[in-house]
Design a protein around this ligand. Structure first.
Ligand SMILES: C[S@@+](CC[C@H](N)C(=O)[O-])C[C@H]1O[C@@H](n2cnc3c(N)ncnc32)[C@H](O)[C@@H]1O
Length: 342
């Protein structure tokens, strides 16, 4: 999505080599995944910020690209008419990703409490992006008609503070792109419940507005975004021993709305790629009635070229299907199917 060499040249410390960056990324990743007590230490010096920017900035950006690929033209143009506010923007991950993906939007504001992150974000603009639609601030501006993006920041700032901010700003759209873990999913589910009690509708990933079928279960729903990376970035991920070619994420989109979307009965969201067997794909989908259904999708329904694409799809895409018959284990064999791939 971005020019990776240009990013490396615009790090706060551009002199760090791949081995040094890889080591710093490993330290950060440990903080993000297991320790989580002193997260602010991850952003406490220029070397750590540079490592975050070299590794997470270009890879996380693909998650917004994925979400936008799942939205209708109407949704994208409605988002383009708002001011995009990226809360906890870090080096400007979703600020720049959104600016890249929404050429018609007029203003993008990245907000972060870390001055060093903001310094990094601005350096990227001065030296690489040169975007005059992008601004950075250390406080959330009081702007009407906004889209709020929480990118790996909801779980850092806390749900309570985030919800207060939402109630105060009443954004038209709320985008959450958070880690794809069970713990984060349960927190986002709580936010979903609260937002549906206000005037929000969930536009992604749920196909229906009802209760999530995974509420009060031990299971969770997330998306796995599959990407191919720049050679240098992939080699940094090998040094850091962290895979970024398949990225689990909890991605949700809410829209302030009093109108009901037309319901398309046989549409569903692919929530889990269970297995590929010789003759079929075994997928789990969540339906418009918020029911989880296991599908056996015969490969013979697709052309050869499509099969190649299907082997590499990300969970989180939309499909519509009709049922042939019920098999054992509450699995349904599909008769006809349409899968939305870019
Ligand atoms: C994991 S980073 C995410 C950066 C970027 N959004 C991304 O996904 O790549 C979390 C960011 O949230 C910021 N942050 C945490 N709590 C915050 C708060 N209450 N207000 C503003 N920023 C906050 C941190 O300083 C940090 O830059």
């Amino acid at each position: 999505m971005f020019d990776y060499d240009a990013i490396l040249n615009s790090l706060l410390n551009p002199k760090l080599n791949k081995q040094q960056l890889g080591k710093l990324v490993q330290i950060q990743s440990q903080q993000f995944t297991s320790e989580r007590k002193n997260l602010k230490e991850n952003y406490s010096n220029e070397d750590l910020i540079s490592a975050y920017t070299a590794f997470y900035f270009p890879t996380n950006a693909y998650k917004l690209d994925f979400l936008f690929s799942q939205l209708s033209e109407e949704s994208l143009s409605a988002i383009s008419e708002t001011t995009i506010i990226d809360i906890g923007c870090g080096p400007g991950t979703y600020t720049y990703a959104a600016a890249n993906l929404l050429p018609n939007a007029k203003e993008f504001i990245g907000v972060d409490e870390s001055e060093l992150m903001l310094k990094q974000a601005k350096k990227l603009n001065d030296e690489y992006f040169k975007e005059d639609r992008v601004f950075f601030k250390n406080r959330v501006p009081q702007i009407e008609n906004s889209t709020l993006i929480f990118g790996n920041s909801l779980n850092e700032m806390g749900m309570k503070a985030a919800f207060k901010l939402i109630k105060n700003l009443k954004p038209k759209f709320i985008i959450c792109i958070e880690p794809g873990t069970k713990e984060v999913f349960k927190e986002v589910l709580e936010l979903r419940r609260k937002l549906l009690n206000l005037e929000y509708k969930v536009n992604y990933p749920c196909m229906g507005q009802g209760r999530c079928p995974l509420q009060e279960t031990d299971d969770w729903c997330h998306q796995s975004i599959k990407v191919s990376l720049d050679y240098e970035l992939e080699s940094l991920s090998q040094v850091a021993k962290l895979d970024r070619k398949v990225m689990p994420a909890t991605i949700h989109l809410y829209r302030l709305s009093d109108e009901n979307k037309p319901v398309v009965e046989n549409e569903a969201r692919l929530i889990r790629l269970k297995r590929i067997v010789k003759h079929a794909y075994l997928w789990e989908v969540c339906t418009i009635e918020n029911k989880i259904v296991s599908l056996e999708v015969p490969k013979k329904l697709f052309k050869k070229k499509m099969l190649k694409q299907l082997d590499a799809i990300s969970s989180g895409i939309k499909l519509s299907y009709t049922i042939d018959k019920e098999l054992e284990n509450s699995t349904f064999r599909v008769k006809e199917i349409e899968v939305e791939i870019d």
